[in-house]
Design a protein around this ligand. Structure first.
Ligand SMILES: *Cc1c(COP(=O)(O)O)cnc(C)c1O
Length: 402
């Protein structure tokens, strides 16, 4: 029998249409921006219902979110393939809220050594003061290597794939299966994999997103999200988020909704430029290795190919060991189109040194040379390559003159 159901539309098609009125109604294309703390009630009976509404998308009190938040929650949940989403004030607070929802005193938590630096600071400076025992593990470990690290009280396996700055790709399905055998929850920082890695199809229980990056896309808003895929996880997460007072400005949510309309198109351009530039860099004699899982031959490429449908434009460049930190500083300083700054996912290219700034305690983080991190923006890749070429000229000139 022919199926006359509308076939599932691709994300590129859904992004411009979801979370707004797109039927035949007289309305502006974009939803209104709602602001507010106090929500007025119909009567006292209505007011007395408030307590039961904290898990629903119901206008009750500002901190519970309003229609602007709900539109963003739904769109982010859709992109990630989950059921519900909690918006938080930053990507970091998405990570900390998720951890606080699932960890209590006496618990043991496994965290990759390549975890985002500020998440690491939260663990070392705060979480460990509350009786949680955190153990860092080498992000290169496979399931057989990680298995002996589980303890009877291991309740959370934290993943970040690829890892911050060193881009190790984890075998998420195998590691998630292992964690579930031990009764642990699987939390994944999926910021790099937005659009291209479907966490819940790979065994993840809780996905963390720094919306600050590609979703916002314009380097002007900080925002985070935690996404889950079942009711029990939603209850747990929502309770923790409200207890912590997690809230984001509706103005920022509205700007993120605007950014998401073009997420797919921007990522296509980011990726096609990044893969071209990464391949060009890989052929440079000054470069030992490019840490971009989407690049054939790069570390993690096989897992990336198996589990991801695409990639973004953030990668590491390992220089040959002969190049020193002052040489590479001169290289970065010479670039005219690459800003020197934290964060990524905006329309502009960035380059930063990672030497001297990243912490590794159980893995070496050593790829045989100093590493710089590059974010490829929306500029013409030909111009970016020309800029990098003159950067390399400066690099050689710098060495000759010192
Ligand atoms: C940037 C980033 C974060 C934190 O996001 P902010 O919005 O800057 O707090 C978390 N995780 C990863 C992997 C990131 O790159």
């Amino acid at each position: 029998m022919p199926d006359d159901k509308t076939p599932a539309q691709s994300l590129a098609t859904r992004l411009p249409h979801s979370g707004r009125s797109s039927g035949r109604t007289r309305a502006f294309v974009n939803p209104p921006l709602h602001r507010g703390s106090t929500m007025l009630h119909v009567d006292t009976a209505d007011r007395l219902h408030d307590g039961s509404r904290m898990y629903q998308q119901s206008d009750t009190y500002g901190v519970y979110g309003n229609a602007t938040h709900h539109a963003l929650e739904n769109l982010v949940a859709e992109i990630e393939g989950g059921t519900r989403c909690q918006i938080t004030s930053s990507g970091l607070s998405a990570a900390t809220t998720a951890m606080l929802a699932y960890l209590r005193a006496g618990d043991h938590c496994l965290v990759p050594d390549s975890v985002y630096g500020s998440t690491r600071d939260f663990i070392d400076d705060l979480l460990n003061n509350f009786g949680v025992v955190t153990q860092y593990y080498d992000p290169a470990l496979d399931a057989a290597g990680l298995a002996p690290l589980f303890r009877p009280n291991t309740t959370v396996l934290y993943l970040e794939s690829p890892g911050s700055h060193t881009f190790e790709v984890q075998d998420v399905p195998a590691l998630a299966a292992l964690a579930h055998e031990h009764g642990a929850k699987v939390l994944l920082d999926n910021t790099w994999g937005i659009r291209d890695f479907q966490p819940f199809q790979h065994g993840v229980d809780v996905s963390i997103q720094a919306l600050t990056k590609y979703p916002v896309g314009h380097s002007d808003v900080l925002l985070g999200a935690v996404i889950v895929n079942d009711d029990a996880d939603w209850t747990r997460l929502r309770k923790a988020a409200l207890a912590l007072g997690q809230y984001a400005s509706p103005d920022d949510c509205w700007l993120c909704l605007r950014g998401l309309r073009t997420l797919d198109t921007r990522l296509q351009q980011h990726f096609s430029s990044a893969i071209e530039i990464a391949a060009w860099l890989q052929d440079r004699p000054e470069v030992k290795q490019v840490l971009f899982p989407a690049l054939p031959g790069a570390p993690g490429h096989a897992l990336w190919k198996r589990d991801f449908t695409g990639a973004c434009s953030l990668f590491g460049v390992v220089f040959q060991p002969e190049w020193t930190a002052p040489d590479l500083n001169a290289f970065i300083d010479a670039l005219e189109l690459f800003g020197i700054g934290s964060s990524w996912g905006g329309f502009e290219s960035l380059a930063i040194p990672t030497y001297g700034t990243i912490t590794r305690t159980v893995s070496s983080g050593d790829f045989g040379g100093l590493i710089i991190r590059i974010h490829i923006g929306l500029e013409d890749p030909t111009d970016l390559i020309a800029d990098l070429r003159q950067g390399f000229a400066t690099l050689h000139h710098h060495r000759r003159s010192t």
